[in-house]
Write a protein that binds this ligand. Structure first.
Ligand code: TYD
Ligand code: MG
Length: 453
């Protein structure tokens, strides 16, 4: 086989040059050239990205026999939940998150649990073998059957995996690997993408499940992982506040299960423990009702969750008052404040507005709109909301309150936790009364505000 050659490909126009330049000679775009490998004369079969089967005939869907994919439980119920019931053979999972949030801990625990009845391999590029062993000892997990490889060269890892044939291999982390066919530094986009592509190919070829750990912040600020999302089957993100002990693992993409499923863990001195019933976790405990706080009933995947939304509205001394959100969408807040002004006659143009979802949880669903506005109103008037109130509902630009999916489940969870009043969209009003829960169904923002008078 001819020796692979390094070329630089323009991300804009796809043109290639043999040498790196700041400006693409084809389309004149700046900073778009990326290093990739090209075999000198890639024939169809010898190409490094060649398909696995020699040639695939065209068939009709009816002719194809679908196979149930067997799943391997990971031994951690909450982890299985986000994966959609366990690891699928040959699947590639990317798990991202801030440094120090618990990615290595989670995967080490899962591997140790799985090692009881299958072959597992932990590839560490980040920590030394001794450090991993020390952590395993601290976690108190069985380590007798966990194979360990401290290596960062992709080709050696491929060889080891092919030889060991584990059921599951964990790569910790994808940013530390390098392929000797690229000259770029480990962690650069081209290295990360190349290593991930080769490992994915290996997983598909051999049926080994591969879990890749990646360092990312939510907005993909650090190198790589965002470009991997298309390559892998499942993308999970670790979230949560590193200062609190709770950690959330959320599925963003899953070819083998539901997305937006949430796994909840608590970090203890013996590693991560699943929290089976997390609905009351994100409520802060106030002795008395305080202003600026509203409990929201949200739905995460298949599970209702109660989250406290806090708002602080304070008179602003800056020409541009501040609008700041933590755990909620910032642009949506600006929109909601405009709706509040227009449809409920409450202006905040001279006020700073801060909104926070308690406990480091992130809420992306629009059903947070009504609770956010209720918390803002409560803070603005410095008057607590009625005792035992929960709310949810999307607020439209015309001031209407739109229903949220799975309203009944949210209401039932709230009733179970002792809430007594629910301020909800009219379309979510239950047909049968829910015991212990008074329903205030509203269809306009002004009538919702009316209820608080
Ligand atoms: P780690 O899994 O190393 O994070 P990542 O791989 O995502 O960078 O987690 C490290 C943090 O977890 C560290 O701050 C210490 C804490 N921790 C515990 O609280 N208990 C434990 O049993 C372990 C192993 C770690
Ligand atoms: Mg780590």
């Amino acid at each position: 086989m001819a020796k692979p050659r390094t070329v630089y490909v323009c991300a804009e126009c796809g043109g290639t040059t043999p040498k790196w330049q700041g400006k693409c000679p084809h389309c004149a775009a700046w900073n778009t050239l990326e290093e990739t490998v090209e075999s000198a004369s890639p024939t169809a079969a010898s190409h490094r990205y060649a398909p696995l089967a020699a040639s695939t005939p065209v068939r009709t869907l009816a002719d194809i026999e679908p196979r149930e994919t067997p799943r391997q439980p990971t031994g951690l119920d909450e982890f299985d939940r986000v994966l959609g019931g366990g690891l699928v053979a040959g699947a590639v999972v990317l798990i991202g998150g801030d440094p120090g949030i618990g990615k290595s801990t989670l995967l080490l625990q899962a591997l140790a649990a799985m090692s009881a009845n299958s072959r597992v391999l932990y590839v560490t590029g980040e920590e030394s073998a001794e450090q991993v062993a020390l952590r395993a000892r601290r976690l108190g997990v069985p380590t007798g059957n966990v194979s360990l490889l401290a290596e960062i060269r992709l080709e050696s890892i491929q060889a080891a995996v092919s030889e060991q044939r584990p059921t599951v291999a964990v790569i910790d982390s994808i940013q530390t690997l390098y392929s000797s066919e690229l000259t770029a530094a480990p962690g650069s986009v081209s290295q990360v993408r190349e290593c991930a592509a080769q490992l994915t190919r290996l997983a598909k070829q051999t049926g080994i499940s591969i879990v890749m750990i990646g360092h990312v912040t939510k907005d993909g600020a650090l190198a790589g992982p965002r470009v991997l999302e298309h390559i892998v089957d499942t993308v999970l993100y670790f979230e949560g506040d590193t200062h609190s002990s709770f950690r959330l693992v959320r599925a963003f993409k899953n070819r083998f299960g539901a997305v937006n499923e949430l796994g909840v863990f608590a970090m203890t001195d013996r590693g991560l423990r699943g929290v089976a019933n997390p609905s009351a976790l994100f409520l802060s405990q106030h002795e008395q009702q305080v202003s600026g706080s509203c409990v929201m009933a949200t739905q995460e995947g298949t599970r209702p969750l109660l989250v406290e939304i806090q708002a602080l509205v304070d008179s602003s001394h800056a020409p541009n008052p501040r609008r700041l959100t933590v755990g909620l969408e910032g642009n949506r807040l600006a929109m909601l404040l405009a709706v509040l002004h227009r449809h409920a006659g409450v202006s905040t143009f001279d006020q700073d507005v801060f909104v926070n979802a308690v406990g480091g949880v992130r809420i992306t669903e629009p059903a947070a709109d009504l609770p956010v506005l209720l918390a803002i109103m409560s803070s603005l008037r410095d008057r607590p909301l009625p005792r035992g109130l929960i709310a949810f509902g999307e607020v439209g630009l015309a001031g209407e309150i739109r229903p949220a999916p799975r309203g009944q489940e949210r209401l039932r969870e709230a009733a179970k936790l002792g809430f007594s009043v629910a301020l909800i969209p009219k379309a979510n009003a239950p047909r049968q009364p829910i015991e212990g829960l008074e329903i205030w169904a509203v269809d306009r923002l002004d009538s919702a505000m009316e209820k608080l008078r």
